[in-house]
Design a protein around this ligand. Structure first.
Ligand code: THG
Length: 368
C-alpha cells in the first residue's frame, strides 16, 4: 500500500493494524495519535454493507483514560457536566467533558469499571493531560493512566448472531449501554452493548493483545456466512443517525447546550463540576446558537473545514460536517447556526467551491 501517512511511535499503530491491512484498508485518519481506518471498500459501499450485515471495527483509538484511587469519584465528576453520583458499575454514560467556561473538551463514554476505577473512553483530545493537570493542581490522590486497552466494535444487524456464536446466548441479554465481562479462551473481556453506529452492536474492550488477535480472527471465521467484514466508523451512517463527532461537528468553542446535549448537563445542587456556573448562566439566558441539520441541494460534498454560512454579508453560522446520503438521495449536513436565523420555513445559502448552494434547515436527527 502507498503509505501517505508514515507510521511511527507518534502515529501509533494498533494491535490489529497488521490484520486490517491484510484485509485491504483503503484509508486512515489519525485519532488520539493513533491509526483509525476510514474506509475499506469506499464509504458508500461500507455504509450499505454495515446496514445489512456485520462488521468488526478496530476502534483502538477509543483510548481509555483510567482514573483510579481514593479521589477518583471526585475527579471524574469534576471534569464532566453529567451527574455521575449514582453511576452504576454495569452502565455506560455518555458524558461531555467541559472546561471552566462550560465549553466541551471531549464527549466520551464513562464507565465505572471497579469501585475505585473509572474508564473515560475518549474522543479525539488529550483528556489524560487535562485530568492530570487538575489532579496535580488540586493535590488529589489518584493515578491517571492509559491502559493497554484496544476496543473492537462489532456492529450491524447481524452482530447479535455473530456475538452469540462466540460468547453464547447470555450476550443477547445485554441491554443497550450495559456492560458485563464475558469469557473467551480463559480471558475475561469487558463487553458493552454500544458502538458508534445506530445499526446495533457491541464493543469489546480488548486488554490482551494476543488473545485479542485470536478473537478478531474468530469473529471473521465465525461470521463468514453472515458476510462479516472488517469495517470502521462510517461518515454517512453516523451523520444520518445524528451521532456527533468531536472535532468535526463541535469543538472547544462550543458548549453542550449549544450542541443539543442538554440531557447530559446536570444542575443538581449536590454535585460539583468545572464550568457549572457558566452553563447555569447560559441555560438561564438561553443559547444564542445551536446545531441544526441541513439538507443541501447537491449530489456530492466533502467538508474538511468549517464552511461559513452568511446572510447579507454577516456570518450567522458554519457547516461542520456533510455527506451525500444514498438513502435520502440528498446531501445532509450538521451546522452551527444562530438561533435568530433558524427556521424550518426559510432556507440558508452558502458558498461551496465558488457556487451558491441552497440549504433547507431541519431538526436533528434527520428523519426520512
Ligand atoms: N464508544 C466508546 N468510546 C468512544 C466512542 C464510542 N469514544 C469516542 C467517541 N465514540 C465518543 N463519542 C460518542 C458519541 C455518541 C455515542 C457514544 C460516544 C453514543 N450516543 C448514543 C446516541 O447518541 O444515541 C447514546 C447516547 C445516550 O443516550 O446516552 O452512543 O462510540 N467506547
Amino acid at each position: 500500500m502507498n503509505e501517505l501517512i508514515a507510521k511511527s511511535a507518534r502515529v501509533r499503530p494498533t494491535p490489529f493494524t497488521k490484520r486490517i491491512e491484510e484485509y485491504g484498508v483503503q484509508s486512515y485518519t489519525v485519532y488520539n495519535h493513533m491509526l483509525l481506518p476510514a474506509s475499506f471498500y469506499g464509504v458508500t459501499e461500507d455504509c450499505k454493507h454495515l446496514k445489512e450485515n456485520v462488521q468488526v471495527w478496530d476502534v483502538s483509538v477509543e483510548r481509555q483514560v483510567q482514573i483510579k484511587g481514593p479521589d477518583a469519584d471526585y475527579l471524574t465528576q469534576l471534569i464532566t457536566c453529567r451527574d455521575l453520583s449514582t453511576a452504576k458499575d454495569h452502565l455506560c454514560y455518555y458524558a461531555p467533558i467541559v472546561d471552566e467556561q462550560g465549553k466541551i473538551l471531549n464527549d466520551p463514554l464513562i464507565m465505572k469499571v471497579h469501585p475505585d476505577t473509572w474508564w473515560v473512553s475518549i474522543a479525539d483530545t488529550d483528556i489524560l493531560l487535562y485530568a492530570k493537570g487538575i489532579a496535580i493542581g488540586k493535590n488529589l490522590d489518584v493515578e491517571i493512566t492509559e491502559p493497554n486497552v484496544n476496543p473492537l466494535a462489532v456492529q450491524g444487524p447481524k452482530s447479535f448472531e455473530l456475538m452469540r456464536r462466540i460468547f453464547g446466548e447470555e450476550i443477547l441479554n445485554l441491554k443497550f449501554f450495559h456492560f458485563k465481562r464475558f469469557n473467551f479462551r480463559d480471558h475475561q473481556f469487558l463487553i458493552a452493548r454500544s458502538g458508534w453506529s445506530k445499526q446495533g452492536g457491541f464493543e469489546i474492550y480488548v486488554d490482551h493483545d494476543e488473545i485479542g488477535l485470536q478473537l478478531f480472527d474468530k469473529l471473521i471465521e465465525k461470521g463468514k456466512d453472515l458476510k462479516v467484514r472488517p469495517g470502521c466508523p462510517n461518515l454517512i451512517e453516523r451523520i444520518e443517525s445524528g451521532l456527533l463527532s468531536y472535532g468535526n461537528d463541535m469543538d472547544m468553542n462550543d458548549t453542550p447546550l449549544e450542541c443539543n446535549l442538554d440531557s447530559f448537563v446536570s444542575f443538581n445542587p449536590d454535585i460539583e463540576y468545572l464550568g457549572k456556573a457558566a452553563l447555569q448562566k447560559q441555560k438561564d439566558q438561553g443559547v444564542s446558537r445551536s446545531l441544526i441539520g441541513l439538507i443541501l441541494d447537491l449530489d456530492e460534498i466533502s467538508v474538511t473545514k468549517y464552511i461559513p454560512i452568511k446572510k447579507d454579508g454577516l456570518l450567522i453560522g458554519s457547516l461542520r460536517s456533510a455527506c451525500y446520503s444514498p438513502d435520502f438521495n440528498k446531501c445532509l449536513g450538521i451546522a452551527m447556526v444562530d438561533k435568530s436565523h433558524q427556521s424550518l420555513e426559510q432556507n440558508l445559502s452558502l458558498e461551496i467551491n465558488g457556487n451558491e448552494i441552497i440549504a433547507k434547515m431541519t431538526n436533528l436527527p434527520f428523519q426520512k
